[in-house]
Each structure stands twice: as C-alpha cells, then as structure tokens.
Design a protein. Structure first.
Length: 467
C-alpha cells in the first residue's frame, strides 16, 4: 500500500451501510443497549464473511453514525470467539475537521474513536473530507487553534496512529495540493472508468481530466491509493443500466469491469460498502479473477469496445476535449455552477445509459441551487450548507446567461456544452426548475428508453441506516 508497506487486500470493507443509523435525526444511538439485535447480527456476519474472503481491511468513520460503536462491539466478539486477532486486521477510521476545531480537541476526538473501536491503535487514520482550500488551511495554517496536522503527527509519534491519509470529494486542484505536500501516506478518492464523480470535468487541458493526474501524482509520491465507492458513485454498478450491460457482456458484468479497470490503473484497494454479506461476493470474485489471463483479456476486449463506442457516440475530438475551459463550482464565483460535472453527466448517459446515476448526482446540484442565496458570498454559500462541499455545485439555470462562465471553452465545443446542460436538465431534473419550486408549464412526462432503464438491482433489501 505505497510507502506504508501494508499488504492491502484488493477489496476493502466499507462500513457506512451496515450500521443501525446515521445519527442525523431522531434519538441518536450512543450506547450498546440501543443497538437492535438483528442489525448487530448482520454486522457480525458481514465481518465474518469479509474475513473468510480475505478482506481484512475495515474502513469506517466518526461521521458514519453508530458504525464505530457497533464495529467495536463486533470486534470484541470476534476476538473473544477466536475468529481473528487484532494483528490480523487493518483498521482505518476517519475524522472530520471544521474552522472551530482546535488541535487539542482533534487529538482528543481521535483517541475517543480508538476507544470506541476497542483496537488500541489505528493502522490508518484519514482526515475525513479534505474538500476545500479552507480544509487544507485548517490542517497547515490554523493560527492560534493549532495546525490540525500536528495532532495527527503527535498521535503517530505516540503509536496511536501508524499512517496518516486523507479522504476527499475536493476539486482536482485541491487534491493535487494535498498530495504535493508529501505529508500523507495514502489517499481515498473518486476515480472510475466513467469519471471522477465530484471532480469530473476538472482539468485545464486535453491530457488531464478529473482525478487522472492525481492518480499519477499519488504513484509518484508512493502513496497508497484507495478508491471510494466504485460500485455506487462509480456508476451504480450494483443496479446497472441495460445499455451498460449490453456494452460489457458477454465478457464481464459492470461490477467486474469497474473493478478490473481500477486495479489495472494502479489502485491498491477498492472499497465495497456492504449492507449484507452477499454484497462482497461480486467484488471478491473479481479480485480472485483479476490475476488470470482470461480476466486481462476480457478487460482489454471491453475497453476496446468502450473506446469504439466513445468515438462513435461522442466523437474523438469531443471525447478528448469536452472538459477544457469548463468551470466547476470552485471557479464559478457568482453562482457555484458545476458545469464540468453537468457535461460529464451528459457524456455518461449517452455512453452508458446511466440515467438513474445521473439523476442521483444532478439531484444534489438541484438541491444546492435552491439553497443558494445571492445575498451571500460564494464562501458563505459553500459553508452554509454542511453537505455542499461533499456533493458540491449548483444545477443548470435556464434563465442564466453563461457567457462569462464559458469564456474559456473552445469555440467549437460551445454549442455542444450548451446542448449538454440542457439535455441533463431535461432528463435529470424531473419537472422542477433549478431556480424555484414551481412546476414548469408545458413539461410532459419523459418516456425512459429501455437502454436507460435498470437491468437488475443486487440489493435484495433496504440497508439498516436507510430504513
């Protein structure tokens, strides 16, 4: 796992889908006597199945509701039963920061996380959500409150943390800055065969788009590379479109292709946020197959098919340059538009039929646009909504003049950029305007083509925290 020298499994167990609650409303779950037996038994079974499959990297966060509490309970049970020992596991958790966080408070909070988990020390600790320039500054230039990175360095010196990393939904240039600080041993980021999620559309030239350059830089700095959400934010591959399957079959299912593509690009591990034991089966199968000649042949065949389709559907010039000059929210100082992301969604729907995925992402942009207050500054808007920097940017506004926003777009791309924004708004915004709550007159229900529809859904029942 890069310079950590940890022998990391190809698949990691993500722990944000099996806990009882997110603790984001209602009565918070803070103690063992509040945990429901059915939920805890499911969690223990996931851990046992994970270890049976060789997946010994357990990744959670303080922000995942009662996940740390329940994992601590489960690990004690597994240790007592002799299922595993502490040294058999790679334990990672994450902790967020804010403008009010003091170095001493951050250190105390992390020690409490270690106590909840009951593990004595952490193999890996991540700054959770290094998403903006401000987050970076709170770590390295936090004035009288103390640089928060120093809390992590002290804990590492005390043996409580072995390796320091960060998890991010940031614009690509912020991630690049954090990598180049050379302070971090590893990173958790979005990077997928169909885009880089919130960083999609970032980039200043035809060579680098999204997090492509950041993957290269992470390798250069010998960092561990952990891919966030390859099966959800990487295209809802557990519920793929008919078109995505048509492109990839008979060689690979979409989850297999997404996994093999990432390992081929140099990812050390990709996470599966399991809500039930069976969620691990397809990722583990892909990992087992990944070293075989047949898997490499299948990957190459499907990749060629995708490349051919890209040139046919998008066109070679557009496929290589669509992102050039497009701003995302960090460059859109007036309204926080996520234009690069919106155009990426257009490409994704045309290429793979991933309409449900595009609706999910565009829905966050629509929600952000409704909450954007023109009487506030850009920074005030970004931090007024706690979720904004995680799912950043605002949706397309049909009444807005985008001339200044698109001033750096190559002339030959401009008509298609405008077409793309209109297309995504039509298909993904339902019947609601991004600028107000009123229904638009004259809108009709859109018939979803069969190729855009979901082929199947591998989630047989609703995850506990989503109930």
């Amino acid at each position: 796992y890069g310079r950590t020298e940890i022998q990391m499994p190809l698949v990691s167990l993500g722990c944000m889908r099996f806990q009882q609650t997110w603790n984001r409303g209602g009565k918070p779950v803070k103690s063992a006597d509040q945990i429901e037996k059915e939920c805890q038994e499911n969690l223990v079974n996931i851990l046992k199945h994970s270890l049976h499959c060789g997946v010994n990297h357990i990744e959670t966060a303080q922000g995942y509701g009662c996940s740390e509490l329940q994992i601590g309970m489960a690990l004690k049970q597994l240790f007592d039963e002799g299922v595993c020992k502490r040294e058999d596991l790679i334990i990672q958790t994450k902790g967020g920061i804010s403008s009010s966080t003091k170095k001493s408070d951050y250190k105390s909070s992390i020690l409490q996380q270690i106590e909840r988990l009951g593990v004595g020390y952490l193999d890996l600790f991540s700054v959770h959500g290094l998403n903006t320039e401000d987050h970076y500054n709170w770590l390295f230039d936090h004035g009288e409150k103390g640089n928060l990175i120093d809390a992590l360095k002290e804990l590492r010196a005390e043996g409580k943390i072995r390796h320091i990393g960060f998890s991010t939904h940031a614009p690509a240039h912020i991630i690049k800055k954090a990598i180049e600080s050379d302070v971090f041993d590893y990173l958790n980021l979005h990077y997928h065969f169909m885009g880089s999620y919130t960083a999609s559309g970032d980039g200043t030239d035809a060579q680098w788009e999204g997090n492509t350059e950041n993957i290269r830089l992470a390798k250069k700095h010998d960092m561990g590379i952990f891919i966030i959400s390859p099966y959800d934010k990487g295209g809802r591959l557990y519920a793929p479109s008919n078109l995505a399957r048509e492109i990839m079959l008979p060689d690979l299912e979409p989850m297999e292709y997404g996994s093999l593509w990432l390992w081929d690009k140099g990812a050390h591990t990709i996470v599966c946020g399991a809500a039930r034991p069976s969620d691990l089966d397809q990722p583990v199968l892909a990992a087992i197959r990944s070293s075989t000649d047949k898997a490499k042949e299948d990957l190459a065949v499907v990749s060629r098919r995708i490349k051919e389709r890209e040139e046919q559907i998008l066109g070679k010039d557009w496929a290589e340059s669509w992102h050039v000059g497009l701003p995302n929210y960090s460059q859109s100082e007036q309204r926080g538009f996520q234009i690069g992301n919106i155009v990426w969604l257009y490409n994704t729907v045309l290429m793979y039929g991933m309409l449900d995925f595009a609706k999910d992402r565009y829905g966050t942009l629509t929600g952000n646009a409704k909450r954007w207050d023109s009487n506030k500054t850009w920074k005030e808007n970004v931090f007024a909504n706690p979720g904004f920097n995680w799912m950043p940017g605002c949706a397309y506004d049909e009444s807005y003049d985008y001339a200044s926003e698109l001033k750096d777009v190559p002339e030959q791309n401009l008509p298609r950029v405008l077409e793309a924004m209109d297309f995504v708004h039509k298909w993904c915004a339902a019947k609601e305007s991004t600028s107000n709550d009123e229904k638009k007159e004259g809108d009709e229900a859109v018939t979803i083509p069969l190729e855009y529809q979901t082929a199947y859904d591998m989630r047989p029942w609703t995850a506990f925290p989503e109930r």
